[in-house]
Structure formats: C-alpha cells, structure tokens
Design a protein around this ligand. Structure first.
Ligand code: ZN
Length: 257
C-alpha cells in the first residue's frame, strides 16, 4: 500500500456516530490527486464529495450532484456546503484559511466551511450554523459538533489594521489578536477566531475544538504564505456514512497528532 497523505482528525468529531472526516495535508505520493486520494485512502467516490468554487463569501449551499469532486468543470460559488444524505460528503480547500467541519450528534448532517479573514468577517461560520437552525429549529444548534482545522495561527499570521478591524466584527475576536512586530501590524489567530464565531453562533464551546498545526510553520500542510502559491491546497472533508456499512469499511485513523 502506498504511504498515506498527512492528515489530522478531531477527537470530538470522531466521536459522532455515522460520520467520517479528515483534514488532509501534504501527500508524499507525487501526482496523487484529490480524486485518487479520496478513492485510494478513504474508499470514497469523489463524485459523492461536494466542493464549491470558493470566493471568500458567506454563501452557504446544499450539496447537489454537480458539486461532486469531478475533474475540472464548473463549480458553484460559495464558501460553505452541507449535506444530510448518507453516502455523501462535503469539503473545502484551504492553504492558510480555516477549514471548519461540522456534524450533528443526533441526525445525519455534515457541513464544511471555508473561513479566511474575509469569510470570518462576512459571517460565513454563523451563516452555516444558521442553516441548521432554519432547517431543524433553533434547539438543533446545541447538538452540533465542530472542529477548526489546520490554518494560519497567531504565531505566524501577521495582518494590517484593515484586516484586524474586519476580524473584530466576529464576537470574541479581540482576544485572539495581539500587537505585531511593527506598528499597524497584528498577529491574528484565525483558528481561535473561527471557534469564537462558532460559539457566537450557538455551538456549545464544549462541543467545538481546534486541531492541527499552524499551516505556515508546519511543512506537513500547505501554506499560501510559506509556499507563495495557491497550487498546494488541502482538502478538509466530512462524509456521512451509509449506516449499515459502517463496520465493513475500516478507514485510516490519525496515529499521532
Ligand atoms: Zn505558525
């Protein structure tokens, strides 16, 4: 068997029955694309995993067949995608932005959110959670479980006044911005700000967590800032299993954090 790609998992999300997820990173196998990775490593048909053309918006869309991870082709624009159908999954691509994966502990629901500073400021996390309250009722939000994956963190992510100000529109963000090395510069912990946004949207803090390293300092993950290129992006995905097959198909688990 060929080596696995780097990936990390959230223990909280792993405890939710009926879903499987991974925040993927660099892949030691040259030329193994996302479709092959999903099939070979996770036994998933790429057509069953929906992604969008990400535009740093707060737009949330429900997974449709055309959103499958097909080669090339046209993608709908949006930054959060969700599904409630067993046998389907959703994902987002990131290189320093925050991938947020969400599930519900009581019924099939999975969402993937692409949250960079623009998306966070635009409220994409709150919009994604709002989809749950609109569809299932406000009480359903209390049963959500969420994880913010590898992204640019406070050790490395320096931003100017304008970005810092935009981020301050997220309730609680002020605690995750500290003065940078020069005046007018700030160090922003995007992952912590994404967790603040989840909490502000009603996800109980005990049911959300951050996993994975800072993408800028860890070479296990792609980073736009470090690599100066968007060619290396990683998929974070969450998949609703077809329930009866849950035990037939053992999937890889993260060995060490
Ligand atoms: Zn760092």
């Amino acid at each position: 068997m060929r080596p696995l790609p780097q990936f990390v998992q959230s223990p909280l999300l792993r405890s939710v029955p009926g879903v499987y997820h991974a925040f993927l990173g660099a892949d030691p196998v040259e030329g193994r694309g996302c479709r092959d990775r999903l099939r070979e490593v996770f036994s998933l048909s790429a057509d069953a995993v929906g992604t969008l053309k990400q535009v740093h918006s707060a737009r949330v869309l429900r997974f449709g067949p055309g959103d499958g991870y097909g080669p090339g082709g046209w993608k709908r624009e949006g930054d959060a995608i969700w599904t409630d159908e067993p046998g389907t999954g959703v994902g987002v691509h990131t290189a320093d932005c925050v991938p947020v994966l969400i599930a519900h502990r009581d019924f099939p629901f999975a969402a993937a959110v692409h949250a960079g500073w623009r998306g966070l400021a635009a409220g994409v996390v709150e919009e994604a959670v709002g989809t749950v309250s609109r569809r299932y009722g406000g009480d359903a939000v209390g049963g959500l479980v969420a994880a913010a994956g590898p992204c640019a963190m406070g050790c490395c992510y320096e931003v100017g006044d304008e970005v810092a100000e935009a981020l301050l529109s997220v309730p609680g963000a002020a605690g995750h911005l500290r003065a940078g090395r020069a005046s007018g510069k700030w160090m922003a912990d995007l992952q912590a700000i994404a967790l603040s946004a989840l909490s502000a949207a009603g996800v109980p803090p005990a049911r959300s967590e951050s996993v994975g390293p800072c993408t800028v300092c860890s070479e296990r993950f792609h980073s736009f800032r470090r690599e100066k290129s968007l060619t290396g992006r990683q998929l974070g995905f969450i998949y609703i299993r077809e329930i009866p097959r849950e035990h037939e198909n053992p999937l890889p688990r993260q060995v060490s954090p």
